[in-house]
Design a binder for this molecule. Structure first.
Ligand code: AMP
Length: 581
């Protein structure tokens, strides 16, 4: 390792030590900074803080809010009101969260200086990794990164996902050379708006540099499984392009075409190798076979992404899976200080300089729909073993905002608590970044069942991730005979998809990250059997409720063994990049 990389890494680790040693002091300072910076905003003035910047005033006067509480203010900013509503600094753009409100992505205000904080967090990831995996500066990372479409608010502000904003920023595009962060994908490939041309180009570059690839990754596990599936579907074309050294004519993005033309060269030996490996019946361990020097997969497999672990293990022959950071559109939170640990052991250390963090004690007494209770605790005051909902106050103007993530404290690094990501509140189904809750599923079933001449007796759902991309499965038991006519249940599938939120529909229609919804019709009496099964496992007959989503394999097996027919959505639901404002 070059001497300067050593000292850069040492400084980063030193920074983590400093940040985690004095968590409470830093948090106090961060809150004071935010409150003084934003003291003249309409929002803070409305709560009569009178310039106070200490916690007591803040906690006694500022309410805890959810998105819907501040949505009218956000709407005013989106419409072009440039007065200091939430933030004294100008809102530079909106980051569109994968969490939705009234079916649309939530809009999170951000300010340009926020990138300085996020950049610091990114700069800590490789120094931490270097402690556990040596020599990464000698190889490259094959990362599948994508941008999504962006739109403008009526007032002219950009609205786009945070990673799209990052990849398009100068911070990413003009990043200085760092031997620990050399990627096989050129910027032009990452920045191509057509996700399939982007994926093709990234895969092609990864194949050319297969010996140099030391880590393979994507942001979320779902993205990596899709990339491997893409290889499965396109390896013949890829091998052909490598053999001839020329790009196939389906490539229409000119800037990417120019860039790829510079990279491509005829390599028949590589083309033969790819053909041999991909022709094999079994794709077990394909990642290790094609990229033999891969030391780990860099991909988030915590939270909803845990469902992809078996698929990734299969494709990679059980390579370690590193979950490096925990972040959101609202705020980047922290990092995993032991990135090579088993996914079940992952804990994230929240960096106290990122924002002001509070924790709403969370109980889970109602079988999955836990509610927040009691007083909010500070970052330094949370207790090991307890669960909390994360609440943030950001420099960009979110004040005591409920993020919706439930975290469990697993321990401390110095005085910084470490958190296991337990789950996101109220999410029933998720394949990629989509989050569908019980009310959305209920509304979709109601809508679709209007197409039937009979009624739906009971239903439940399942996120099927053995197929790539994954898809929603809805089990339906219908009232009596006759069964619906030809094509009716397919139309019901599409009707449900049309009813889901914009993130789901974008995943289906634009990104191809979610497969067609499937209805599995089960025979009459199946849901009674499901209840009998639950009772045999100790459920109380008085309290039994049909689970609206099933995850455990005996239950899925029971349902599957009663299936009389399966039906898929015949088309993509409608999705328009221009959201409703
Ligand atoms: P978004 O608002 O679309 O940027 O999504 C942010 C959300 O993704 C977070 O609030 C979490 O629910 C989830 N998320 C982000 N990072 C992780 C992680 N490392 N593990 C589990 N879930 C995560």
């Amino acid at each position: 390792m070059a001497a300067d990389s050593t000292s850069v890494n040492a400084k980063a680790l030193q920074f983590i030590e400093e940040m985690t040693r004095n968590v409470d002091g830093i948090q106090e300072h961060v809150l004071a900074q935010i409150l003084s910076q934003n003291s003249e905003t309409e929002y803070l003035k409305g709560f009569h803080l009178a310039g106070a910047t200490h916690r007591e005033a803040f906690k006694s006067k500022i309410p805890i809010v959810a998105y819907e509480d501040i949505q009218p203010l956000i709407q005013r900013i989106a419409n072009g009101d440039r007065s200091p509503i939430l933030s004294a600094r100008p809102i530079s753009e909106f980051l569109t969260s994968s969490g939705t409100s009234a079916g649309e992505r939530k809009l999170m205000p951000t300010i340009s200086e926020e990138w300085d904080r996020r950049r610091i967090l990114y700069s800590l990831l490789m120094p931490v990794m270097d402690q556990y995996v040596k020599g990464l500066d000698k190889g490259k990372g094959l990362y599948f990164y994508f941008i999504k479409s962006e739109t403008k608010t009526p007032g002219g502000l950009l609205a786009r996902p945070v990673l799209t904003s990052y990849y398009k920023s100068d911070i990413f595009k003009n990043r200085p050379y760092d031997p620990f962060s050399v990627y096989t994908s050129p910027n032009e490939a990452i920045l191509c708006e057509d996700s399939s041309q982007s994926m093709y180009a990234q895969m092609l570059c990864g194949l050319y540099e297969r010996e140099k690839v030391f880590r393979v990754g994507a942001v979320f596990a779902s993205g990596l499984t899709r990339s491997i599936r893409f290889l499965q579907l396109n390896w013949k074309q890829l091998a052909h392009d490598i053999r001839t050294g020329s790009l196939n004519p389906k490539f229409t993005d000119n800037s990417l075409r120019d860039c790829m033309t510079r990279i491509l060269r005829p390599d028949p030996e590589l083309a033969d190798f790819i053909t041999r490996e991909c022709e094999e019946d079994s794709w077990e361990g394909i990642i290790k076979r094609i990229w033999p020097n891969t030391k780990y997969l860099d991909v988030i497999v915590t939270g909803a992404m845990a469902q992809y672990i078996p698929t990734l293990d299969y494709y990679s022959g059980g390579l370690p899976k590193a979950c490096t950071m925990y972040a959101s559109s609202e705020c980047y939170f922290g990092l995993n200080l032991k990135p090579m640990c088993d996914p079940s052991e992952v804990s994230y250390t929240i960096m106290p300089n990122m924002a002001y963090f509070e924790f709403l004690p969370h109980t889970n007494s109602d079988g999955g729909k836990g509610k927040g209770e009691g007083e909010l605790l500070d970052l330094a005051a949370v207790e090991v073993g307890k669960e909390y909902e994360l609440v943030v106050t950001t420099y960009a103007g979110l004040c005591r905002y409920r993020v919706g993530d439930i975290l469990r404290v697993t321990g401390f690094h110095n005085s910084a608590p470490q958190f296991r990501f337990v789950r996101r509140k109220n999410v029933l189904l998720s394949i990629e970044s989509d989050k569908t809750d019980e009310a959305e599923l209920q509304a979709a079933v109601e809508k679709a069942s209007k197409l039937l001449s009979t009624s739906v007796v009971e239903y439940t759902s399942y996120a099927e991730t053995k197929t790539v991309p994954g898809h929603y499965v809805i089990y339906w038991e219908l009232m009596g005979e006759p069964l619906p006519g030809e094509g009716v249940l397919e139309r019901c599938c599409l009707a449900m998809e049309e009813e889901f939120n914009a993130v789901y529909r974008q995943g289906r229609a634009a990104d191809g990250s979610i497969g067609p919804l499937e209805i599995r019709l089960v025979r009459s009496g199946t849901f009674e059997e499901l209840m009998d099964y639950a009772l045999s496992k100790g459920a109380s007959i008085n309290q039994y409720k049909v689970p609206r989503c099933v995850t455990s394999s005996p239950i899925v097996e029971l349902l599957d063994s009663r299936v009389v027919s399966t039906h898929f959505s015949p088309a993509s639901p409608h999705w328009n990049p221009d959201r409703r404002f």
